[in-house]
Write a protein that binds this ligand. Structure first.
Ligand code: C5P
Length: 489
């Protein structure tokens, strides 16, 4: 008998059936090998040969799979997809997919399938509720692995103890995360296999919520969500739109392809140029109260700042996104800190230090109301309108640029109506930041910058500048993130 990481080998071979066929054994023999984590001596030669025939490099002494021929070749599937996720540096990645009990459970099957397109091994776990919608057989047929359902199953425990199941994975993914599952996870319950895994795992956890819009909007769910996020649990969605129950609103499961992209981003994080770096990004507007019901704010959708946070995460950075109120969902794989006022934004930024990079993309209000009342200002018949006394807000970009714990690279934004280069260069000096991304916000270009999906920009890095033509904000974000990545390598 030879000890080995048999699940990885099985994935490399193309599933359990392939191993059974190769060795001429039945499913129970493979279950026994898996339970013991060993292969019989006679299997070693054929397994090495078959794994190599599928393009993998295997160490015959340890039976460790050490890469794929495409991974270093710079061409084809292995390299491109590998760097984004499944075959990271030629290594196989694993996702433990917990399926919750909602109507969107059937979409988890699509997610399971598509993850495997990226050479990711998927092991399924289902809640009792999930089994009302799809069967363990469907999930195991699609993953080529056993689908686990029961915390107290002796057979399951003999094959793979639940703690091992929770630990031997690169990511735990919950699709769909129902209101009930989120509530149980938020409160640390461990009353079934799924919640026990969520408590026992040391891997990152990503949840894709899906539920009726009223359930999603309920303060109980929102509090549970906030708790989960505060613990570093990553979220993807939910989206807006029509639901199975016939209602419209926020609560639809994100598109399976988007979930897969978020998983690939998360799994690929360790490879990027910014791996091991901490990036702080501000985004959205700030909202400054006049009284408890009125406020001063500005036009900012947060699209550019959120896209930059997502792009930096794709480059491998750990990202803290400090955002004013926006309607955008938080990008996957970032730590979101939600604030309202400029003063709160500054406090959240300072609390997030130290950081290697700061990108200030927020449209911070210049002033706040000096004596914002605790009660609503009354309109008095015949009296003149009240005068608002304004006080200057802190300049977050400037504060970070001159901070004792200054990030190594500080990037600001400039919205200019004229003399783009001159004004942006002057702002660079005034704020003390290292780079400025400047937009022309008047005339032909400017009319469409706010809230739009595209932008034209000029990047100033010290004395040098480059013009970026109009392109989607996500592409501007990718360009900036790669420039930042190059700066750190
Ligand atoms: O001074 P101005 O608003 O034109 O500068 C824009 C840049 O400064 C942006 O990067 C913005 O995020 C940042 N800023 C800030 N805090 C302020 C005002 C602007 O961080 N109070």
């Amino acid at each position: 008998m030879k000890n080995c990481d048999l699940s990885t080998i099985i994935t490399a071979l193309g599933g359990r059936q392939a191993l059974q066929d190769l060795l001429g054994v039945g499913p129970s023999a493979v279950s026994n090998y898996l339970a013991r984590g060993t292969l019989p001596q006679r299997a070693l030669g054929p397994v090495c040969e078959a794994v190599r025939a599928r393009g993998y490099h295997i160490d015959p002494a340890s039976l460790e799979i050490i890469g794929h021929q495409d991974a270093g070749a710079g061409a084809g599937r292995g390299m491109r997809e590998g760097m984004r996720g499944g075959m990271r540096g030629g290594m196989l990645r694993r996702v433990l997919l917990i399926v919750g009990g909602g109507i969107a459970a059937y979409k988890a099957l699509e997610v399971a399938r598509r993850l495997q397109d990226h050479d990711i091994t998927v092991t399924g776990v289902m809640t009792g509720g999930a089994q009302q919608f799809i069967t363990p057989l469907s999930l195991s047929a699609l993953t080529g692995e056993k689908a686990y359902t029961d915390l107290f199953s002796l057979t399951d425990e003999a094959e793979m103890g639940h703690i091992r199941l929770a630990r031997e994975t690169d990511l735990v993914l919950v699709v769909p995360a129902t209101a009930n599952l989120m509530a149980r996870a938020a409160h640390g319950l461990a009353d079934d296999l799924a919640t026990t895994i969520l408590l026992a795992t040391t891997a990152p956890v990503m949840i894709a919520p899906a539920m009726n819009q009223a359930m999603w909007g309920h303060p109980a769910t929102q509090e549970n969500l906030a708790r989960l996020r505060a613990r570093g649990i990553l979220t993807i969605g939910p989206d807006d739109g029509g639901m199975a129950c016939g209602e419209e609103g926020t609560g639809r499961l994100s598109d399976p392809q988007e979930i897969v992209a978020a998983v690939l981003d998360q799994l690929g994080r360790g490879d990027g140029a910014l791996s091991g770096r901490h990036a702080l990004v501000t985004s959205g507007p700030t909202v400054e109260p006049i009284d408890p019901v009125r406020f001063i704010a500005n036009r900012s959708s947060g699209k550019q700042g959120h896209a930059i946070a997502a792009a930096l995460a794709r480059q491998g950075a750990r990202v803290t996104l400090v955002s004013g109120p926006v309607t955008l969902p938080p990008p996957p794989a970032v730590d979101l800190v939600e604030v309202e006022t400029a003063r709160q934004m500054l406090a959240a930024c300072e609390a997030a230090l130290p950081a290697d990079i700061a990108v200030c993309a927020a449209a911070v209000a210049d002033w706040h109301v000096a004596d914002a009342g605790a009660s609503k200002m009354k309109k008095q018949e015949g009296a003149p309108p009240p005068a608002l006394a304004l006080t200057e807000n802190p300049d977050i970009l400037k504060t970070l640029s001159t901070h004792a714990d200054r990030p190594r690279l500080v990037v600001g934004f400039a919205a200019e109506t004229e003399s783009l280069y001159e004004n942006a260069a002057a702002k660079l000096g005034r704020k003390g930041c290292d780079w400025i991304v400047a937009n022309q916000v008047a005339g032909d270009e400017g009319d469409t910058v706010f809230g739009s999906d595209s932008n034209a920009a000029m990047l100033l890095t010290g004395n040098e500048s480059e013009n970026w033509p109009r392109m989607p904000k996500a592409e501007i974000a990718d360009r900036l993130a790669s420039r930042i990545g190059a700066h750190f390598t």
